[in-house]
Write a protein of this length. Structure first.
Length: 333
């Protein structure tokens, strides 16, 4: 395998980051809110063997595909979200947060029968105590499907690339993918997919698919315990798909890029400290897509995404990376 750090010029990557500004990226996927309840623990409840969290503050930010959009905006580009929200307070909050980003909201479809997805994390002393989810994971009905396809078609023409951010909340169905991906491919757009479906074949045609290790295990039908297991699994997946590249994200072990012709590149992690991995995958897919849109070859775009992930895991909660932070970290790469 080839170590990517010997292949990339940091100044080339920095130049690409400067080209992110005002790139328009269509983000289709499961938009949601991430709510954090911050507090401290000093006692155990007398009612049950659980900690009592004394709440100090609460914060709310964009989550899921909406966090992909937030990452894209933080990097200087313009996200164009396409997704489903409920006719509820949280749905209105999501729309408001997108407007604060300067992001158009015409691609957000309101479904009165569906609750807006909300993940609530209770954090005490920098440790997550528990998480509660409010969501509807049933597949979207045909009428909603048609509205989403219509919005996608309309938004696609003004965008340089497409991100499919699948959080398995019912929007990204095989039927929807069968319509939108050929449409994006025919228009010559870059398509980057963060998958959840076991059968990655539903995500083709695409430019790159970015499963984590567990998702790669499910897709390949193989247990990945060693580097050799990973190589066999990745090559099996790539052979079975009509995609250009496969990027397996591996947490603290970095990433592994599979390309045609059996070329495999391992990209070691560059994280200095890991406080919280929440939303790191969103940072990866956002930076990878922008790197490709800025003209970087896939390997250099993947390295840039790896550097961005190394920054964001050093922050607590759902976080983003700025161009300045990315360029500064590249100086020491």
């Amino acid at each position: 395998m080839v170590l990517a750090r010997f292949k990339c010029n940091p100044e080339t990557l920095s130049d690409a980051v400067r080209k992110f500004r005002n790139q328009r990226i269509l983000v289709i996927g499961d938009v949601m809110l991430d709510r954090f309840v911050w507090g401290s623990v000093s006692r155990i409840s007398p009612e049950a063997p659980v900690p009592v969290v004394e709440i100090k503050k609460e914060t709310t930010c964009l989550g899921g595909a909406a966090n992909v959009a937030a990452n894209i905006r933080a990097l200087g580009a313009i996200p164009i979200p396409v997704g489903v929200i409920g006719d509820d307070f949280e749905g209105r909050r999501l729309r408001h947060e997108f407007r604060l980003l300067g992001s158009p909201v015409a691609g957000l479809v309101v479904d009165r029968a569906r609750a807006t997805s909300v993940k609530t994390r209770i954090v005490a002393h920098h440790q997550q105590v528990c998480r509660t989810d409010r969501e509807d994971r049933t597949p979207i009905p045909p009428a909603l499907h048609r509205r989403i396809v219509s919005r996608f078609r309309k938004m696609l023409q003004s965008c340089a690339a497409v991100v499919v951010s699948d959080y398995a909340k019912g929007l990204i169905t095989p039927a929807l993918l069968k319509e939108i991906l050929p449409m994006a491919h025919a228009s010559g757009r870059i398509v980057c997919v963060d998958p959840k479906l076991k059968d990655l074949g539903f995500y083709r045609p695409a430019t790159v698919i970015t499963p984590n290790t567990l998702e790669a295990e499910r897709a390949s039908g193989m247990t990945i315990s060693t580097r050799q297991d990973l190589l066999r699994a990745g090559r099996r997946i790539l052979r079975s798909l009509r995609v250009d590249y496969l990027l397996v994200t591996r947490g603290e072990e970095g990433m592994t890029l599979f390309q045609g012709g059996s070329r495999v590149t391992h990209i070691p992690t560059v994280a200095r400290e890991v406080f919280d991995v929440t939303g790191a995958g969103d940072t990866v897919i956002s930076t990878l897509t922008l790197g490709l849109a800025a003209g970087l070859p896939i390997l250099q775009a993947a390295v840039l995404a790896n550097v961005a992930a190394g920054i964001v895991v050093g922050k607590l909660g759902t976080a983003t990376v700025t161009p300045g932070e990315l360029i500064e970290r590249l100086r020491s790469y």
